[in-house]
Ligand binder design. Structure first.
Ligand code: ATP
Length: 460
């Protein structure tokens, strides 16, 4: 039986705006399509997501190493990677209303997912659109230009004078920063293959398609892990990373019913196999992350274009080879949207009220606890508790409105524990701790709060 979820994209967008999680980018100027700004609560949640990922894939893996490469790279990098010539989408312009659309998306929407444009050539897509009179979603006419490939890389220029400009690109993926540093990392860490290089950083794509909030934006963060291994071991590692990527999500609290593997129908010419993990977003099943067996294509291309060797010298066998790469790549913002969607719940309360509650994993929640003095004249004690706990983790403080309203506000941003300071606190140094999910309350000595919360917020 199909599960009924109360979450919708509108509810998420509205909650994000009203609770300081995510605002429309450049809002006071009327916004800027497909850009979003993280607010005080959102920046904490996103940082926590990134921390959990880094902990799992770098900190806990003795053979993985982090880098933070430059966003602006030598343009030859993009020639070697193939992005200059082939990182493009098939676009059509409506001759009547001048709007631009992706041909594959038009077909997918028109056929309601029954036709898979990923396996079609441009000619086949063009033919399908003409034959089935696929109309412009904006004006309803069917008057298209031929399909043209539209490069997704953002161009900028570098140069001291106007007439002496070099074209450079904002990186469309972080992966190349890991590949070009393969030798640097191997040499300085003395890592032996297999080993991994990970990076979290911004990437930019001139996406035309409407974004579904932060699902598809023109500026986003990627969390990528490249695993360098010997040919022959690659398929086993590919399976291992598929599992690791899945486990990371379920450990963050994702229901396996909302996740599924999806093998790619059309492989990039260099890829041996590729698979996405899809999540059941409010708008339907869509890619959350990718796992790709990229063979030794990337390092071979960089060797060819840079003239620098990418050979690895196996110290045990004395063999020299260019390693294969298993790539695991996930968007931090896309994972943020999935996390928000998964956490969202509306619960009926006694007395007919409803509460909106975000059931985040405590490691992901913006604030680990909220300090709530029952009355304003308890603020000295409450501030004292705030000062000591905030040295250890993010804590918020709220003394405005009834205690019930304050609980609701914390539920809406997913704060796992509310700590109420009352008159007994002044007498015996104990506080009430309310659990976000069960709403149950226990009494604890202030001296035990730090250990209690630390244990609950661990991501293992
Ligand atoms: P899609 O098919 O959705 O365009 P993709 O297959 O091009 O994605 P990759 O190039 O494999 O994506 O990028 C790896 C990950 O980066 C994706 O799984 C997704 O989580 C994230 N990502 C890619 N493009 C965007 C974007 N425009 N906005 C936000 N996240 C993105």
């Amino acid at each position: 039986m199909e599960e009924k979820r109360c979450v919708t994209m509108d509810k998420i967008v509205n909650l994000c705006k009203s609770r300081g999680i995510i605002f429309p980018g450049s809002e006071i100027y009327g916004g800027m399509g497909n850009t979003w700004d993280y607010g005080p609560v959102g920046v904490e949640i996103k940082n926590n997501i990134k921390r959990c990922w880094w902990k799992r894939f770098v900190q806990e893996n003795p053979s993985s190493y982090g880098v933070d490469a430059a966003i602006l790279m030598n343009s030859r990098v993009w020639e070697a990677s193939g992005h200059t010539t082939s990182f493009s989408d098939p676009m059509m312009d409506c001759k009547d209303c001048k709007s631009r659309h992706r041909a594959d998306n038009l077909i997918e929407a028109h056929s309601k997912g029954a036709v898979n444009p990923d396996v079609m050539t441009n000619e086949e897509m063009q033919e399908y659109i003409e034959k089935h009179h696929v109309c412009c979603p904006r004006c309803g006419n069917c008057n298209w230009t031929p399909i043209r490939q539209f490069n997704l890389m953002f161009k900028t220029s570098r140069g001291v004078t106007e007439d002496n400009q070099n074209v450079i690109y904002l990186r469309p993926e972080t992966a190349q920063g890991e590949f070009v540093n393969f030798q640097n990392v191997q040499r300085t860490t003395r890592a032996k293959v297999p080993f991994g290089i990970a990076q979290i950083g911004k990437a930019f794509r001139n996406e035309i398609t409407p974004g579904n909030f932060i699902f598809r934006t023109i500026e986003f963060e990627q969390m990528e892990h490249q695993w360098f291994c010997k040919e022959g071991t690659d398929l086993a590692y590919y399976d291992e990373f598929k599992k690791k990527a899945w486990d990371f999500l379920t450990d963050l609290g994702f229901s396996p019913d909302h996740l599924r593997y999806k093998d790619h129908d059309k492989l990039a010419h260099y890829a041996k196999c590729a698979c996405d993990i899809q999540y059941l977003f409010p708008m339907g099943w869509s890619e959350l992350n990718g796992i790709h067996n990229r063979t030794n294509y990337d390092l071979s291309r960089h060797q060819e274009f840079s003239g620098k060797t990418m050979l690895y010298n196996d110290p045990l066998t004395n063999e020299k080879y260019i390693p294969f790469v298993i790539e695991y790549s996930i968007g931090a913002d896309r994972l943020m949207l999935a996390t928000l969607s998964e956490a969202y719940d509306e619960e009926a309360l006694e007395g007919g009220d409803t509460r909106v509650v975000m059931h985040f994993h405590p490691a992901v929640a913006a604030y680990k606890c909220a300090i709530l003095p029952l009355q304003k004249n308890l603020s000295d004690k409450a501030r004292e508790v705030f000062s000591s706990l905030s040295k250890k983790f993010m804590v918020t403080y709220d003394d405005a409105g009834s205690i019930g309203k304050r609980y609701r506000r914390q539920d809406e941003i997913g704060t796992p524990y509310c700590i109420t300071i009352d008159f007994d606190t002044l007498e015996n140094d104990t506080v009430t701790v309310r659990d976000r999910d069960t709403m149950e309350q226990i009494r604890l000595p202030i001296s035990e709060l730090e250990a209690f919360i630390n244990e609950k917020i661990a991501f293992n």
